[in-house]
Design a protein around this ligand. Structure first.
Ligand code: 13P
Ligand code: SF4
Length: 310
């Protein structure tokens, strides 16, 4: 059995030999973030996937992210260390149910959060992420009728930000949705000098208490530039690694998912391990494969998003 250090050095060697790029989301374990060629939020990762010259993209993230990379770079080999690394939010929107939902709302344009399957993307007019959702929604005329899918918390937040009344799909991320306002209030009382920052996938009562709301990249940037020394962070705990690296003199308190732990981990993101990353690069498997027709149709709303975000 090789040590993590040995595996990491083999990963480094193989990526050069194979002209592979490792893209990692902020919710990956610190070792994977540190070996990655690029670490980012959903928007930044899709931008990188679209522009890379590598022959192989190893996506250290979850299934919908690797699928998006394949849609944007269909000629490249896209690998995901564990094919079971799904997403409760994407799973909350089965394509057949969604098709019926669209049919029940004639005359509506469809704005889909990137955390959805390729099949849902094929039924969408435009994709958005948490960092550009407001901009994407505002690209439609104010009186345009819109469906927002699948995150009801992000959708409600954007409705409030834009004064719209988008029809919301009843989906959520189980990691963010379970963070409670009671716990947040308790942490705020225990740490009156700390600022609460939150991801918009959190429920409305948590967002109402936050001093700053943003995507993972926006939260990181905020803590880097802001003068406060302590933060209560309402999102997945993986982001703390980069926050701590960028601001070693600051303290970050994760809002725990329940009373039994002090962390808030996404079980899907954490399915990727150094061992699986090594095997995936070595075996060039598991690979993301998609139907050409799905790629062609799903690409349109993603490209629209990338154009709006330029
Ligand atoms: P962002 O990286 O866009 O902030 O999204 C967070 C998330 O939950 C990814 O699955
Ligand atoms: Fe999905 Fe939530 Fe995990 Fe992100 S944190 S991958 S939205 S389950």
């Amino acid at each position: 059995m090789q040590t993590n250090e040995e595996l990491l050095s083999q990963i480094d060697k193989m990526r050069k030999e194979k002209n592979a790029v490792i893209l990692a989301h902020y919710y990956q374990v610190p070792e994977i973030q540190d070996i990655a060629d690029f670490v980012g939020d959903s928007l930044q990762l899709s931008q990188k996937a679209a522009e890379t010259n590598a022959d192989i993209i190893v996506f250290a993230g979850v299934h919908f992210m690797a699928e998006t990379a394949k849609i944007l770079s269909p000629d490249k080999k896209v690998l995901l260390p564990d094919l079971e690394a799904g997403c409760s939010l994407a799973d909350s929107c089965p394509p057949d149910d969604f098709k019926r939902f669209i049919e029940a709302h004639p005359g509506h344009k469809v704005v889909s959060y990137i955390n959805c399957s390729a099949a849902v993307k094929t039924m969408s007019d435009v994709i958005c992420t948490s960092s550009n959702a407001k901009m994407v929604v505002e690209s439609f005329p104010q009186d345009e009728k819109l469906i927002f899918v699948p995150d009801k918390n992000l959708g409600a937040y954007i409705n409030g930000q834009t004064g719209r009344n988008m029809v919301l799909w009843d989906g959520s991320c189980h990691v963010h949705n379970q963070l409670s306002d009671e716990k947040v209030i308790q942490l705020k009382m225990q740490n009156p000098d700390a600022k609460l920052i939150a991801h918009p996938e959190c429920r409305g009562p948590v967002l109402a208490l936050a001093e700053f709301i943003g995507s993972t990249a926006a939260l990181l940037e905020y803590t880097r530039k802001d003068s406060c020394k302590r933060y209560i962070v309402a999102t997945e705990g993986g982001i703390i690694h980069q926050m701590q690296k960028a601001s070693p003199d600051k303290e970050f308190i994760v809002v725990p998912s329940d009373e039994t732990c002090s962390c808030n981990d996404c079980p899907y993101m954490k399915m990727n391990t150094v061992q699986k990353l090594y095997l995936c690069l070595k075996n060039e498997s598991p690979e993301i494969l998609l139907d050409t027709a799905v790629i062609e149709r799903a690409k349109e709303p993603i490209i629209r998003m990338l154009e709006i975000s330029k």
